[in-house]
Ligand binder design. Structure first.
Ligand SMILES: [Zn+2]
Length: 164
C-alpha cells in the first residue's frame, strides 16, 4: 500500500459517453440545475463540480466553462481564475473536511488518464493522514460514506460566502 497516492485522479468515472457526443463538463456548465449536475460554485469563467464518483469526501473538480482541452489553449484570464478557484477550494475543503492534505492535479490527454480528454479540469482531492491504510486506489476500493448530495449541501454555502 503506498503512503502517497501520486495520481488518485488517474481513473475517472464520469457519467458521460466517452466515445464522443456531449461533453460532460459543457453539459454541467450550461445546466440550469446545479443540484442535478452537482455544480458547487460558478465563477466568471470557471466552475466547480463534484466528482460523482469521488476518491474521498469532498473531491471536486475545477473546470473552465468553455470547452478547452488544455491550459495552453485556455485564455490567460481563465487560467488565472482556475488557479484562484483551486486556492479557494483548498481553503474551503481544508476547513470543511479538516483535511491533513490535498492532492491537486490535472490530466491532460487520455494517455495521461483524463476521462474527458478534451475539456480540461483540475482535481482537488482531500486527504487525511493514514487514509491509505483503509483506502486504496489501486484496488479500486473507495471509502466514501458521504452522499454527493450531502457534499453539495455542505460545500455550496461555503463557496457562496467566500472570496477567491
Ligand atoms: Zn466541454
Amino acid at each position: 500500500m503506498p503512503d502517497v497516492l501520486f495520481a488518485p485522479w488517474r481513473y475517472e468515472y464520469l457519467v458521460s459517453d466517452k466515445t464522443g457526443g456531449n461533453c460532460f463538463f459543457c453539459e454541467a456548465a450550461s445546466s440550469e440545475d446545479d443540484r442535478e449536475s452537482l455544480v458547487v460554485h460558478r465563477g466568471r469563467k470557471v466552475f466547480v463540480i463534484l466528482n460523482r464518483y469521488p476518491y474521498t469526501n469532498g473531491h471536486v473538480m475545477v473546470a473552465p466553462c468553455a470547452h478547452e482541452a488544455s491550459l495552453s489553449q485556455s485564455p490567460e484570464d481563465t487560467r488565472a481564475e482556475i488557479i484562484e478557484t483551486v486556492a479557494l477550494a483548498e481553503r474551503i475543503l481544508t476547513e470543511a473536511y479538516r483535511t491533513d492534505g490535498l492532492n491537486v492535479g490535472i490530466n491532460l490527454g487520455s494517455a495521461a488518464g483524463a476521462g474527458v480528454a478534451d475539456h480540461y479540469h483540475v482535481h482537488v482531492v482531500p486527504r487525511w493522514s493514514g487514509d491509505t491504510n483503509f483506502m486504496t486506489v489501486a484496488g479500486d476500493v473507495r471509502v466514501v460514506p458521504e452522499e454527493p448530495a450531502a457534499t453539495l449541501a455542505r460545500l455550496r454555502p461555503l463557496f457562496a460566502g467566500a472570496r477567491a
